[in-house]
Design a protein around this ligand. Structure first.
Ligand code: N1C
Length: 280
């Protein structure tokens, strides 16, 4: 039957096929270019962002702390995960980085959180007497970032990395676990934590707060743990919640425990009060 096709029809069919092949080749070339350019570009952007945030980091008084060697900090950071399987980065790999940028702070200033991140950071932005991990240099530089390395490569990737629950020892999880441990080790005096009164278990036993921070508090270095249970309009959870009793049981004996229920609106009123806290 094909033999009966006229000359012009055959030519049109051939031309269409050639156009199809041309488009396929162009798309393939485009994909190769995008992959080749985008990967190093994402690394360049990630590293540049890291260095920029590090150099712009301000202390509590709003002063830029030029004492940090941000290139050196980047080098120590990168060493922890480059060339490794993205799911096999041990917490210890971040030790040199965490030792180089210690979390020293005055007593009574430690502010922890679990499932209340946004509110707590709105709070500490105004109330400089408290400091969260994200108010420190490393915490602020890496907050909300996702990154990983790959075996046989010396690059940093920001796409194709494990998601939060994919593996226990991803670069991101190990960094936060190591940083949270070092941050908790630096706590002394009265420690504050904001927990969510809108959930059934404000003290969730798998959280970083429960598994990493609480076990690092010892008396007399830590005098008290003050829980602020943040409630919303329909919150039913109270300080009598079972999980909070569990928290009390897990706490080292000499540490005083307090729990105060506080509506979220009231905390926002406080935040907007222009009067700042007394010298820390
Ligand atoms: O698991 P969570 O809370 O109890 O962790 C919060 C707790 C805080 O007190 C911080 O000191 O642990 C510290 N911390 C961070 O500062 C932090 N910033 C960003 C722990 N994790 C942190 N992240 C990311 O959020 C990280 O990916 C981790 O898995 C979550 C924890 O959030 P959560 O469940 O609300």
């Amino acid at each position: 039957m094909g033999d009966t096709e006229s000359g012009p029809a055959k030519r049109i069919r051939k031309r269409r096929r050639n156009i199809g092949i041309g488009i396929a080749v162009a798309v393939l070339v485009l994909v190769i270019i995008v992959v080749a350019v985008a990967v190093p570009l994402s690394l360049r952007t990630f590293k540049r962002g890291f260095i920029q945030r590090c150099e712009d980091f301000k202390d509590k008084k709003g002063l830029i702390r030029s004492k940090y060697d941000c290139e050196k900090i980047w080098g120590l950071f990168e060493e922890a995960y480059v060339g490794r399987d993205p799911c096999k980065v041990p917490v210890e790999a971040f030790k040199p980085l965490l030792n180089a940028v210690p979390f020293k702070r005055k007593c009574n200033q430690t502010m922890l959180w679990s499932k209340t991140k946004a509110l707590v950071h709105d709070f500490t932005k105004k109330r400089k007497c408290f400091e969260t991990l994200e108010d420190t240099l490393l915490g602020s530089v890496l907050d909300e970032m996702n990154w990983c390395g790959k075996e046989g490569s010396n690059e940093t990737f920001t796409t194709g990395c494990p998601e939060r629950n994919d593996c226990e020892t991803s670069a991101v999880r190990s960094f936060w676990n190591g940083a949270s441990a070092a941050f908790a080790d630096a706590a002394c005096g009265d420690v504050t934590v904001m927990l969510a009164g809108s959930v059934a278990t404000p003290f969730y036993d798998k959280s970083v707060f429960a598994t990493i921070e609480v076990p690092r508090f010892y008396s007399p270095r830590v005098r008290s743990l003050n829980v602020v249970l943040v409630t919303q309009k329909n919150s039913v959870t109270s300080c009598e919640n079972e999980s909070l009793k569990d928290l009390q049981r897990k706490l080292d004996g000499g540490i005083k425990y307090n729990c105060t229920k506080m509506p979220e609106d009231k905390i926002y009123d406080w935040i907007s009060d222009p009067e700042d806290c007394v010298p820390c």
